[in-house]
Design a protein around this ligand. Structure first.
Ligand SMILES: *Cc1c(COP(=O)(O)O)cnc(C)c1O
Length: 408
């Protein structure tokens, strides 16, 4: 049985799509006949229509240029793509962003480098609802080096607040690790103020931008951020397993020593020298051969972001999340859903988390019907909105299916 989505929201969605200055960007993504509403672009962005040709182009260069491809293009790619990510999405001047390994490995390298750069300070501050990998890496490094983890206890429906960080930092703090947008609640942290509070205490700060890069404007240089990492397979649509980027503030780079000394991050990789000498600048944060294959699809997404502009992307993101909350209040509350994300747009990223006692089963039923949010234990259903690929009609339709799925 198919129940049509509630007419009022369908009409409203049509209006919002007609008014949407970014509506035409939807045609840049590969559709799939079995996907009715995609609400998981915050975990894995959709492929672009340009992606097959982009990957075929890489195979062509590989087959025709063979090893010469490294000199001709690939050696520079971690920095050229990094600079583009920096310029378009991070507010970062050139020479501070490099595409490297997985987020987890980049976190390890930067956190190790940061605590080593603050000798005499023996604490790392991180919140207890940060993404698992961030917490695990911090705990392991603390155990390895006899440091203390100072946990900031956060409300799982919210996130890290400035006052909590101000209270937690002090003379012993080497590093503060925070996610800009909380993966669970979508809480958007006040990055500028929290960075200033960490600096006030003499600590370094690392921002995890996995859930903000490409959806929320970021101003790393202006905020004076020391270190940042972020995924490229979420809102940068790099595809499954595309590598993460590292941002290291220019004046810190030559002072930091990252722990995975590899030839690709050394001063002269092809000298094949007897000892490791780190490259100058951002390149020293590379370790081994970077994944050129997995750096291809994100390049076309960066072109789209350049055309659309981060300000317009954020504006649409806010409209989309507002629309989800509007429908949830009007239509989903009596089916048992509650909104577990801030109602203040200034404190919200690009997903809305709904809670329902039956969230796991509802998500499974919705997937069978081509509506794809994700489930986060124990009761969360995350509705991710990718500003360039999600329409308002998709939101109205997908949420009506969630309502039906709650009825069994
Ligand atoms: C998605 C995500 C990660 C993922 O780490 P990988 O090493 O890429 O698997 C890490 N941190 C945060 C905050 C994330 O949202």
């Amino acid at each position: 049985m198919t129940v049509e989505p509630r007419t009022a929201h369908v009409d409203r969605a049509r209006e919002l799509d007609e008014e949407d200055p970014l509506a035409s960007f939807r045609a840049a993504f590969l559709p799939d006949p079995d996907v009715r509403a995609y609400f998981d672009g915050n975990s894995l962005g959709r492929p672009l229509t340009a992606t097959p040709d982009r990957l075929a182009g890489l195979v062509h260069t590989w087959s025709s240029r063979l090893i010469r491809g490294w000199d001709e293009e690939w050696m520079a790619l971690p920095e050229t793509v990094g600079d583009r990510i920096g310029a378009l999405t991070l507010g970062a001047a050139a020479g501070q962003t490099v595409v490297a390994d997985s987020t987890t490995v980049v976190l390890y390298k930067l956190i190790r480098a940061a605590v080593a750069a603050r000798p005499g300070r023996d604490e790392i501050v991180i919140d207890d609802d940060n993404f698992p990998t961030d917490r695990f890496v911090v705990e392991r490094i603390a155990a390895e080096f006899g440091l203390t983890v100072r946990w900031v206890r956060v409300d799982r429906h919210a996130g890290v607040e400035l006052e909590q960080v101000t209270e937690a930092v002090g003379k012993r703090t080497a590093l503060v690790v925070v996610s800009h947008v909380a993966y669970r609640s979508s809480h958007l942290a006040d990055a500028e103020a929290i960075t200033a509070a960490a600096h006030e205490a003499g600590a370094l700060v690392l921002w995890d931008l996995c859930h903000s890069v490409g959806s929320v404007p970021v101003e790393l240089d202006r905020w004076g951020v020391d270190l940042a990492v972020g995924c490229t397979y979420k809102y940068l649509n790099g595809g499954p397993g595309s590598p993460a980027f590292a941002y290291v503030r220019a004046d810190l780079q030559d002072e930091l020593e990252q722990p995975i000394a590899g030839w690709m991050g050394s001063a002269a990789p092809f000298d094949m020298g007897p000892h490791y000498e780190p490259a100058r600048g951002i390149r020293r944060f590379l370790s081994g051969t970077p994944s050129i294959v997995a750096m291809q699809p994100m390049r076309d997404m960066l072109d789209l972001i350049e055309q659309a502009g981060m300000a317009a992307i954020r504006e649409k993101s806010v409209r989309l999340t507002e629309f989800v909350i509007e429908i949830a209040d009007a239509d989903l509350a009596d089916a048992g859903f509650t909104v577990a994300t801030s109602r203040d747009a200034a404190r919200r990223g690009s997903h809305v988390t709904l809670e329902h006692p039956d969230a796991r089963a509802i998500t499974a039923r919705a997937w069978e019907r081509g509506v794809i949010p994700d489930f986060r234990a124990p009761h969360g259903i995350r509705v991710g909105l990718s500003p360039l690929s999600t329409s308002f009609a998709e939101v109205a339709d997908g949420l009506s299916v969630l309502r039906e799925c709650a009825a069994g």
